[in-house]
Design a protein around this ligand. Structure first.
Ligand code: PDD
Length: 286
C-alpha cells in the first residue's frame, strides 16, 4: 500500500513527496525528530514528544514549523489515512534551505521543512522480541556532546546496531569514560537486588519520553529506582536489565557481551514494567 505522508502542509502519496537537495537536513543533519508510537489507533504520550520537540528546536534556534495543536492534527490524520492500528509516527523538522550550501545558518525567516510519515507495525505491543529479550554488545560512545537534543545525526548509532548484528546480537550499549550512556536508540537500565539503576539526565543522553513514564510508574509500583552512573561490569553482574524507547516500550535485555543475565530469560521487573507501561499508556493514549 502506498502511504500518505505529510510534507510542508500537504498530504501526499509517498512517491510524490519531495524535499530540496539543498535542504540542511540532507546536507548537514541540521534537523531534529520525534518518534511517537501508536497503539489501538491512538498516540502514546503525544504531549511528551511535542514538548521535547520544542526543546530540541529551541536548543538549535530553529523555528517551530506549526503549533502543537496542528502537530496533533497532522499525527491523527496520518494515523487515520494510513489505517494504523499499531505502529509509529515519524516526525522530522529541518532548518530548511535558502537554495544553496553554506555552513552559516540561513536567515531566521527561512521556512523550516516538516515531514511526517507513519510506519505500520502490527504486533508492536505483543512483540516476540520482547518475549525473548535482547542480546547486546557494548561499544565506545563516540557521538557528539549534545545527545539531549534529538537530532538526526544517527550514523554512529546505526553503525552500532550493525556492529551488534555482526556479533549475532540485537543492539549495542555505549560507554563513555567507563560508564554506560545509553543504547543506540533507547535508554539503558539494570536491576540488582530489586533496585532499578539508570544513568541520570544530562547532555550525555537523550531524555527519553518512555524513560520518564517508566520511572514514574516504577515509583508508583513501589519499586526502588536509583539514578546514577554505572559500568558495563555492573550491568553484566545484574539480575536483569532492560531498555526503554517509544518504538520498543520496555525491552528486556538477557545478555550483555556474551554474559547471560539471571537465567537468560526476560526478568520479572522488566516484564512487569512492560505490562504496566503498555496498560497505563493505552489508557492515556489520545
Ligand atoms: N529513539 N536514547 C536514544 C539515543 C534514542 O534514539 C531514543 C529513541 C531513546 C528513547 O527515547 P524515547 O523513550 O523518547 O523514545 C533514548 C527513537 C525511538 C528512534 O530513534 O527511533
Amino acid at each position: 500500500m502506498t502511504r500518505t505522508v505529510y510534507v510542508n502542509g500537504e498530504y501526499l502519496p509517498e512517491t510524490e513527496a519531495t524535499v530540496s537537495i539543498f535542504d540542511r537536513g540532507f546536507l548537514m543533519a541540521d534537523a531534529v525528530y520525534e518518534v511517537t508510537s501508536v497503539l489501538d489507533g491512538k498516540l502514546i504520550d503525544f504531549e511528551g514528544h511535542a514538548v521535547r520537540l520544542k526543546r530540541s528546536l529551541d536548543e538549535l534556534q530553529m523555528a517551530e514549523p506549526c503549533t502543537k495543536d496542528e502537530l496533533l492534527e497532522i499525527h491523527r490524520k496520518l494515523v487515520e489515512l494510513n489505517d494504523i492500528n499499531e505502529g509509529l509516527v515519524y516526525l522530522q523538522v529541518t532548518r530548511g534551505s535558502d537554495g544553496d550550501r553554506d555552513f552559516v545558518f540561513p536567515s531566521a525567516d527561512t521556512k523550516p521543512t516538516i515531514v511526517l510519515f507513519t510506519q505500520n507495525k502490527p504486533g508492536l505491543a505483543d512483540s516476540p522480541a520482547a518475549k525473548k529479550g535482547a542480546k547486546i554488545i557494548s561499544i565506545e560512545d563516540i557521538r557528539w556532546g549534545r545527545r539531549d537534543i534529538k537530532t538526526v545525526q544517527l550514523l554512529y548509532p546505526s553503525m552500532g546496531k550493525m556492529m551488534a548484528k555482526a556479533a549475532g546480537c540485537d543492539d549495542a550499549w555505549m560507554i563513555e569514560d567507563g560508564h554506560v550512556t545509553e543504547g543506540t536508540s533507547n535508554n539503558a537500565y539494570f536491576v540488582k537486588d530489586g533496585k532499578i539503576v539508570t544513568r541520570p539526565l544530562s547532555n550525555d543522553i537523550l531524555h527519553g519520553i518512555t524513560r520518564k513514564a517508566v520511572l514514574r510508574m516504577a515509583a508508583e509500583a513501589q519499586m526502588e529506582v536509583e539514578e546514577r552512573l554505572f559500568t558495563i561490569d555492573e550491568a553484566k553482574a545484574a539480575d536483569e536489565a532492560f531498555t526503554t524507547s517509544a518504538s520498543a516500550f520496555v525491552m528486556p535485555v538477557v545478555e550483555i557481551d556474551g554474559v547471560s543475565l539471571g537465567d537468560g530469560t526476560p526478568g520479572p521487573i522488566a516484564k512487569r514494567l512492560r505490562e504496566i507501561y503498555l496498560d497505563e499508556s493505552l489508557k492515556a493514549a489520545i
